[in-house]
Design a protein around this ligand. Structure first.
Ligand code: SF4
Length: 639
């Protein structure tokens, strides 16, 4: 350690240690590992370099990075995974860190533009409210009242508003329709106010999406970024960063995007003319999307449909352009220009997806509820992250409860383009997994890919749920399994049961906690980032080892890329990725020192295959059992 540095272990001990200001807080616990982690983070921030830090649940990693980040007195950007985690940092952890450091520091939360109210489009909507869903009028009156008082325009201030409201899309900020300095509300605009404040902030709390959207915009020399310049970066929940980067370095266009564009054009013309115009134009859109015969959850585009889509694309874009041109002089000029920008963006993106011949991107189509999405996703996102982000940072910290596999950071560092020297540290969770829980793996069970697997899995889940008295998450690796398990259980259980999608995630978790003995059947989005402390969650069942499907277009392309380089895709990519997700799924169970319960994984490959045994070594050290009787007596003892 350089003696000129001040973010030393001694300094951190004074803040987080037994006699420091944090110790005066009622929830204080002395955490030796937190102090060690914070001083290592301090060394990186104050010196320079890259650190990958795995800090198990309960280590207190947020304060461990916030204390040195704030004490540094330079701008530090913190990017976490979700908006909810951003709120937690901005509303609780950052103010606490500032208080215990007794230091002045400015901080600001930056979410995606669509989360903020656009004063211009709100003003237009207010004068002529048009609801696609009339049941939303009551919600609109809440927004109307709030719009006159809000200082930030950030939708999450309205706790009573559901996450998905249709009219919000008509009044929120969208880059493609922003009028910039021509806007009459420019001076008061929430976005530009946020940008100005960001220039003065020490700590910026953002999320992976904004971070990678910013990199992608800067890489294209587009000056629409909200983040100010920075060279100290902390990426929390970094295990998930590759997915966000893939989205934002890629291109996608949805059918809904086009329909919304048409809707916004139509709302500018007289009501009696709308219907006729709409049917002519939507026919062209439908024709374009019929170029793609069968649209499953997600699949790669094939050559025949690409060639058909090329013809239909030209015809659709020329109809949309003619339609737009016919509006000139009939609608305000600024709206006309905004709609033109959006159409240009749709057209350029579609022509990249359909017409560009490139081996660096995988082109795919997928159905998301009633929407259809066409995408081009970069196969190797690590190179892009390295060029646009890693190489530009003075200090970079990547942290998460799950970053390593078999004590190695090779997988995550390669995926995120960190080839240069980096420091790494693994800090075990302070929880006592040996006494707090049990890991059930059946030693003889049908192969997860066989037809017998699901009926056997359901029978075992029923037993497990009986032992635990509900209080269970059943986390599945596919929608098919989730639905099948839910359909049988819902007619055959005495406990309240929910399935993912029943209601928005936050409301679902609230219901689950409040019921106290409920069962939740869910897929991938519940394997991580969910925190249910206490007895309401005492059993976590994972149906299988979460291997990504090799037929998923991006996974297939990444496997192919490694094969072409002569590398082993199973051991270098599929296995570590599955191990990280499995670790995340198991991590849902023990969230505090007093939590107790059972994790079950109904995939006996964990003990019968060599790779399964290697995987086991990366998982939390619960005692493993193959006996349902032992699970039963574990829960009996808990009672
Ligand atoms: S400047 Fe852009 S984002 Fe801001 S109010 Fe005007 S149109 Fe909306």
């Amino acid at each position: 350690m350089n003696s000129n540095f001040f973010l030393t272990e001694e300094f951190i001990e004074k803040v987080l240690g037994k006699n420091g200001p944090l110790s005066k807080m009622p929830f204080y616990e002395y955490r030796k590992e937190q102090i060690r982690l914070a001083s290592l983070f301090g060394e990186i921030l104050e010196g320079k370099g890259i650190m990958l830090a795995e800090a198990g649940t309960g280590t207190g990693k947020s304060l461990a990075y916030l204390i040195p980040a704030i004490a540094l007195k330079q701008r530090v950007v913190i990017a976490t995974r979700t908006k909810a985690l951003q709120d937690q940092l901005a509303d609780k952890d950052v103010p606490l860190a500032i208080e215990i450091l007794n230091q002045k520091a400015t901080y600001l939360k930056i979410k995606g533009k669509a989360n903020y109210l656009c004063l211009f489009y709100y003003d237009r909507f207010r004068r002529n409210p048009l609801f696609k869903d009339p049941s939303e009028t009551d919600l609109y009156s809440i927004v109307e009242k709030w719009a006159t008082t809000t200082k930030t325009g950030e939708k999450s201030e309205l706790k009573e508003l559901p996450e998905e409201i249709d009219f919000w899309n008509q009044i929120n900020i969208r880059q493609e329709r922003c009028l910039l300095s021509k806007c009459p509300f420019f001076e008061d605009c929430f976005l530009f106010r946020l940008k100005r404040n960001a220039e003065k902030a020490d700590i910026i709390i953002t999320n992976h999406h904004i971070l990678f959207a910013d990199c992608s915009l800067k890489a294209k020399n587009v000056s629409a970024s909200v983040l100010p310049s920075f060279n100290n970066l902390i990426i929390d929940e970094a295990h998930d960063a590759e997915d966000s980067a893939t989205t934002f370095f890629g291109v996608s266009v949805s059918k809904r995007m086009i329909e919304e564009w048409i809707y916004d054009c139509l709302r500018e013309i007289q009501p009696e003319k709308r219907h006729k115009r709409k049917s002519a134009i939507t026919e062209e859109v439908e024709r374009f999307f019929t170029s793609f015969a069968d649209i499953p959850e997600r699949r790669k585009l094939n050559i025949e449909e690409i060639s058909l889509a090329k013809n239909n694309l030209n015809s659709m874009i020329s109809s949309l352009s003619n339609f737009h041109a016919s509006l000139e002089k009939k609608i305000p000029e600024d709206i006309f220009i905004g709609l033109n920008e959006r159409l240009k963006n749709i057209s350029e993106s579609l022509s990249f997806i359909i017409e560009e011949e490139t081996r660096d991107y995988v082109k795919s189509i997928e159905k998301r509820n009633s929407n259809v999405v066409l995408s081009a996703s970069p196969i190797n996102v690590g190179n892009l992250i390295r060029e646009t982000l890693v190489s530009k940072m003075k200090s970079l910290i990547l942290t998460s409860a799950t970053l390593s596999v078999n004590d190695s950071f090779d997988y995550i560092s390669k995926r995120l383009g960190i080839n240069a020297d980096f420091h790494s540290i693994r800090i075990e969770s302070p929880f006592d997994f040996r006494s707090q829980g049990l890991f059930f793996i059946p030693d003889s069970f049908p192969d997860p890919n066989s037809e017998e697997f699901l009926p056997n899995a359901i029978a075992t889940i029923k037993n497990l749920i009986d032992f635990s008295n509900g209080r269970a998450f059943v986390l599945c690796t596919s929608i098919k399994n989730m639905k099948a398990i839910y359909e049988i259980l819902k007619n055959d259980t005495r406990f309240p049961i929910f399935i993912q999608g029943d209601m928005p995630k936050g409301a679902l978790l609230k219901e689950f906690r409040e019921k106290g003995n409920a069962i939740l059947v869910a897929t991938s989005s519940f394997w991580q980032g969910i925190d249910v402390q206490g007895e309401a969650l005492s059993l976590v069942v994972l149906d299988k080892i979460p291997f990504a499907s090799p037929s998923e277009p991006l996974v297939e392309a990444r496997i192919q890329e490694l094969k072409e380089k002569g590398e082993d895709p199973f051991n270098l990519y599929q296995l570590p990725m599955a191990a990280m997700i499995l670790k995340q799924g198991m991590g849902r169970l023990i969230r505090s020192k007093t939590d107790k319960g059972v994790v079950a994984c109904l995939d006996s490959r964990l003990i019968t295959k060599g790779y399964g045994k290697r995987m086991l070594k990366s998982l939390p050290p619960f005692p493993v059992t193959h006996s349902l009787d032992l699970v039963k007596s574990f829960f009996s003892r808990l009672k």
